[in-house]
Design a binder for this molecule. Structure first.
Ligand code: SF4
Length: 58
């Protein structure tokens, strides 16, 4: 899975879900969850915008 969110690090700010709603959704714990691996380019932009560097894109 190239797109990953570190659940320990994520603070649930929702920025990634705002940038790439097709890729990230906040789960019931208020953490970002990867729901689709298709848009790697968008995920890279979201990773740059994540305030705690919780997103990794291989
Ligand atoms: S931008 Fe980062 S901290 Fe914010 S919800 Fe997404 S993964 Fe979590």
């Amino acid at each position: 899975m190239p797109i990953n969110v570190n659940q320990e690090t994520c603070i649930g700010c929702g920025a990634c879900a705002a940038v790439c709603p097709q890729t990230f959704q906040l789960n019931e714990e208020g953490k970002s969850q990867v729901v689709n691996q298709d848009d790697v380019e968008c995920a890279k932009r979201a990773a740059e915008g994540c305030p705690v560097q919780a997103i990794s894109v291989d």
